[in-house]
Design a protein around this ligand. Sequence first.
Ligand code: BTN
Length: 325
Amino acid sequence: MKNRIINILKSSPDFISGQEICSRLGVSRTAVWKHINILKEEGYVIESVSRKGYRLLQSPDLITREEIGKYLPDGIPGGEIYCYDSVDSTNEEAKRSAGYAPDRSVFVANQQTAGKGRRGRTWISPKGEDLFFSLLLRPDIPPESASMLTLVAAMAAAEVAKRYSRESCQIKWPNDIVLHNRKICGILTEMGAEMGEISYVIIGVGFNLNRMEFEEDIVSMATSIRKETGERITRAAFLADFLAEFMKRFEIFLREGDLSPFVKEYDSHLINVGKEVKIVSRQGTRIRTALGINEKGELRIQDELGREETVFTGEVSVRGLYGYV
Ligand code: BTN
């Protein structure tokens, strides 16, 4: 009943009378009124004016299977969608569920209470604004290839971010997505392996979509798509688009076994190309020119004498000479 009322309100550009809704659904006015109140409690903004009826002003930005399904009618082939109002971390939830959840499942939450970033950092994940999700994958690839999947996810993320911001979004190697020189998305990949075989790979993605305020320590480095464009993004639609872009590339990656088909695409997004970067490793810091990635997703760098070497994710962190990018 609730859904039918919502569909009627959505298809009515102006007010629709309570009487009209009653006769379309064959129910009493009291029943309609009761369901309108439930919808308001769920976050729908519905204007009611006597002698005019009801008008839908705003739908809530829900993270539910039903809502995501609207934008992904065929679901994720093989996978499941698990939605939570609040979890500690979707990566942790995916790990806990790895025993039964099918390959290619996605775990998405409205809020994380202990969101994890890379290098042991916290990923602040407030309710209702941004997108926090993890993909559970069981690819038949050697464990040393798993980190390449992070770059596959980064390309899908950059593509979708570009579509919604209508601006080109860059990748800061290996997997930060950047808009106007500030980070809008981070990716944390974790792996479970036994006897040299992958049990699962979890790709956790945090997208700053609608948040307008950032904590003092990250405000100079982070932004959201809405903060940059002024437009609110429907999270379920964005997630569905990401999943479609990711799965397309994931199939190609599984077929090829490495990133060779993607080097050009990845490098076209890479913010560091041709620029001097600070390579920070356990051995210290060195300045090099970034050239692009190779088929394994390693960053190719060059010293002042033109000598080339590669660095891999986990080994180093890359910084711009004058700040984050
Ligand atoms: C980074 O530090 O850039 C990576 C951030 C990854 C955050 C996402 S949010 C969804 C998933 N669950 C987590 O706890 N972390 C990842």
